[in-house]
Design a protein around this ligand. Structure first.
Ligand SMILES: [Zn+2]
Length: 599
């Protein structure tokens, strides 16, 4: 009966005749007043699960969401259907708050969106108490779990909301999560009795492919030559997004790039052009895609191996939304293994993190008991040199302290220096021997920099050139002045916003369990993605296993199901005759490199 009413709402506002998958079950559960947890894979129509009950119930629905962009998407979706929704953004004076809530109460609003940070404001909570709340929806609910890959301390503020509204049903929504996160979710949200609905993570129209290649540049182009339709290339850094996009455009393809460093106008333009199919390819960091629901994405390529299975699966899940077969290619090589393995070994100790906290505070002259809301700008390279800590490690410390809630870290646009060769080795013969050797070494390591401005890691290459990071930076600037290279040094654009006053040494203790749980879960996530790379089992089953779901049949279409252990000799010979190299052949035939030894 309840569901019938919900269906009518669905039909009236969305025009759909019926619910999909678990939507109906989740909505019935919510409407019967039960706490509910819905785990739906990306593209599973999560927002309908709270929007339909929100409309069916009398009062308003509070929606907690971690990202502004995500809230705006959902708000727009509702507004388009003539449903009134209010979003709290920016700061409010008591008077503005009063006005906003009066507006919500008498303006016929059904949904109120807010970020969890706002719940720490007691005045806000008092207003909320009088707002006739009938449902609390928590989007991206995995953010409340410390075990999750995306823990946000501000989500713990949801506890305050629960205390304020102990009798209002809670609906927690998230994508697929590991067993531990699922359990933690119910505990942290204080809804141990919640009914849990979990959708299968298996998507039959996703063809998961991983390809080992020492030469990603070359194989990317060859791959793009064969793929059709619109797609996304994910890369880890902003500068690699730019250089990959330039590189493929120079080779006759049509792409745009997207990352968080672009201004809003440019971001929207680039996104729109891709959404409208004016540009078929978008090269992007993971900043792109949240809330994007484009039905005709035919393929997704990962240029860098993602740090987690969760991230990987969320990103490949942006393909095939319209039900068509979508291919997901993960390009990897020894460097990906090395980067992820290094992340496992370079893990912090609590004392080190505490010590770094005080060193950073002292460096920026933050006095004990002061500093809240203070923002400092700095160069990561300089700070790392000053604290005698390698940059990646320093970043880990800073981010871990951010999770503890002491500050917010704002990353720079030009986090890493970039290099472009304006000359080639034959021009360097007249240079002093040392300069010549250094240039040649750099040229070998960063061969791509002969065509595109390429990110370089000073601390990684400096020892090879018998220089310090700082020394290398200065030398590169000299070469730049001589016109041999174009060198963009790191910009002094990182910032820390202190969220609390500096805490005295005696009281600032990171609990061992906080750091340890962080380390354990990071290790497990990294190990899982390494296993994914190394595994020869059906990739769809590897994913199911990871999310604690009972593995189904082998998918039959992933690169492990179709792995070609015994490539046919004649085909190999024909490909060699066509001028293909061994790495082309093993890439195309999906066979292990060893399998070609016999030819
Ligand atoms: Zn398979």
């Amino acid at each position: 009966m309840i569901l019938q009413q919900a269906k009518e709402i669905l039909k009236q506002y969305w025009g759909y005749p019926d619910f999909r998958g678990l939507q109906g079950d989740i909505i019935s559960s919510v409407l019967s007043g039960k706490h509910t947890i819905g785990l739906l894979p990306t593209g599973g129509g999560k927002s309908i699960c709270y929007q339909v009950p929100g409309l069916a119930l009398d009062g308003i629905t509070i929606v907690i969401s971690p990202l502004l962009a995500l809230m705006q998407d959902q708000l727009q979706g509702l507004t388009k259907r003539n449903i009134k929704a209010y979003q709290f953004t920016g700061s409010y004076s008591p008077r503005q708050l009063d006005e906003a809530f009066r507006n919500i109460k008498y303006g016929g609003y059904k949904f109120v969106f807010l970020a969890p940070e706002r719940l720490s404001n007691t005045l806000f909570l008092e207003y909320l108490e009088n707002a006739e709340v009938s449902l609390i929806a928590i989007d991206e609910a995995h953010c409340i779990s410390q075990w999750g890959f995306d823990f946000r301390p501000s989500y713990l503020n949801v506890h305050l909301l629960r205390e304020q509204f102990p009798n209002i049903p809670v609906l927690a929504l998230t994508a697929s999560a590991t067993d531990r996160v699922k359990k933690d979710l119910a505990e942290q949200l204080q809804i141990p009795d919640a009914t849990m609905y979990e959708g299968s993570v298996r998507r039959n129209n996703l063809q998961l492919e991983k390809r080992l290649t020492p030469n990603k540049d070359k194989q990317l182009l060859r791959l793009l030559g064969r793929l059709t339709g619109t797609g996304i290339i994910y890369a880890k850094t902003r500068s690699s997004c730019e250089s990959i996009s330039h590189y493929i455009n120079e080779n006759g393809l049509h792409s745009t790039f997207f990352h968080a460093g672009l201004d809003l106008k440019e971001k929207n333009e680039r996104q729109e052009r891709w959404l409208d199919n004016k540009v078929p390819i978008i090269v992007s960091t993971t900043a792109f895609g949240m809330g994007i629901d484009k039905a005709d994405v035919m393929w997704v390529i990962h240029w860098d191996t993602p740090d987690t299975i969760e991230g990987y699966y969320q990103e490949v899940g942006r393909g095939g939304r319209g039900g068509q077969l979508s291919q997901a290619y993960l390009l990897y090589n020894q460097q990906d293994f090395a980067r992820i393995s290094k992340g496992i070994t370079d893990l912090p100790k609590p004392e080190e993190v505490e010590a770094i906290y005080h060193k950073i505070c002292s460096h920026f002259q933050i006095a004990m008991g002061a500093g809240q809301d203070h923002q400092v700008k700095f160069s990561l390279v300089d700070l790392a040199a000053k604290l005698q800590t390698p940059i990646p490690q320093l970043l880990t410390y800073i981010k871990l302290l951010q999770q503890r809630g002491v500050w917010q870290f704002i990353e720079s646009n030009q986090l890493y220096p970039e290099l472009l060769f304006l000359t080639s080795p034959e021009h360097w013969s007249g240079l002093p021997e040392e300069d010549q050797q250094c240039l040649i070494q750099l040229f070998r390591v960063y061969s791509r920099a002969s065509q595109h401005s390429t990110r370089i890691q000073l601390d990684a290459v400096a020892p090879m050139l018998h220089k310090t990071s700082k020394g290398l930076d200065q030398w590169l600037q000299r070469m730049h002045q001589k016109g041999l290279i174009q060198y963009k040094a790191e910009q002094n654009q990182c910032a820390l916003l202190f969220l609390e006053n500096r805490i005295d040494k005696r009281y600032f203790k990171l609990s061992k369990s906080f750091v340890e749980s962080w380390i354990t879960s990071k290790k497990e996530r990294s190990q899982a993605i390494l296993n994914f790379l190394a595994s020869e089992e059906c990739l769809a089953k590897v994913v199911e296993n990871y999310f604690g779901q009972k593995p189904g049949e082998a998918c039959g279409i992933c690169s492990n199901c179709t792995l070609n252990h015994y490539p046919d000799g004649e085909s190999v010979q024909a490909m060699l005759n066509d001028g293909l190299s061994f790495d082309d052949i093993w890439f195309d035939l999906n066979c292990p490199p060893d399998a070609l030894r016999q030819h």
